[in-house]
Ligand binder design. Sequence first.
Ligand code: ATP
Ligand code: LTN
Length: 343
Amino acid sequence: MPETTSTRPLRILSGIQPSGQLTIGNYLGALKQWVQLQDDYECYYCIVDMHAITVPREPAELRASTRMTAALYLACGIRPERATIFVQSHVSAHAELAWILGCLTPMGWLNRMTQFKDKAAKQQAESVSAGLFTYPTLMAADILLYQANLVPVGDDQRQHLELTRDLAQRFNSQYGETFTVPEGFFPKAGARIMGLDNPLVKMSKSETSDYHAVYMLDEPDQIKRKIMRAVTDSGNSIYFTDDPEKAGVNNLLTIYQAFTDETKEAIEARFAGKGYAELKKAVAEVVVEGLRPIQARYRELTAESDLIDQVLMQGAAKARLVANTTLNTVRERIGFLAAADRA
Ligand code: ATP
Ligand code: LTN
């Protein structure tokens, strides 16, 4: 029988793709919340390398990115004794459940996914992989295997989360109660950080232009240079707004808010009558200071050889136990014969 939420603490699962250097968007949209949630929930934080190969990737870079992502999880303050940190491809149940869920997913649902449309548009039509199209069924498998109650993610993942919920409900109604139907958990500030060079698109780690993103491991000078060059507008007033004309200023204020946890009112009062250069200087300052301790811990952690690999090995062992429990129930429910020799 699947475990029920009444007999255990609430669970969380989330993941980040090792698809390049992590940005302050990944930090503010995801990681910062993960750290805060680990004391109150049973947390599973995954490095989703199988998602990262939905677009072509250099093997050596994927390996390096996977370790770097794991080290950043730790550097941000995720404690392996509180939260399970693991690599998706180390737990083969993810691939198996993704296949099963794929067989339950109408193509029409996948056709509606805006992330697929955006990413596919950036490639030659004939080279877009089937994996990029079925990406959301793998994400659903990640979440449902752990019977997660909450999924802390940025705003861009709302649609994928809705699809996960729909799939859980579809499976449950077809085969009997099996999966917990998860809820999204979105940060109050910083759920959608925009590109510094183009505040109308989401800041993303796979965007290549030099002044698009601040990376979590950027040097203070680089951070300052990037923020001072951020696109704003020809006006001179500083306030939070949905007006696309002022998206650049709104984005800088949002970054400031997410790093300082101050209220919008306090921030607007602070910058009343000031110019954009002053705003940018202040934003650069809070970003540099916010990242400084993380960067210092990152350097310490990566100086210890084997530490990351050890954490990942132990994490995978813990994750497998939970994932395989769910997967066994799923196999049985859908009518797969029990394999006599399977552990
Ligand atoms: P890629 O560019 O390779 O698609 P990405 O930078 O968009 O990657 P993901 O690995 O897909 O990042 O996302 C990891 C987490 O970071 C998700 O929870 C996602 O919602 C969050 N996230 C990513 N970019 C932003 C952003 N600009 N603002 C807020 N949250 C973000
Ligand atoms: N699709 C997510 C990354 C991701 C994820 C997950 C997030 C893969 N599996 C499970 C939360 C839970 C993205 O940010 N692009």
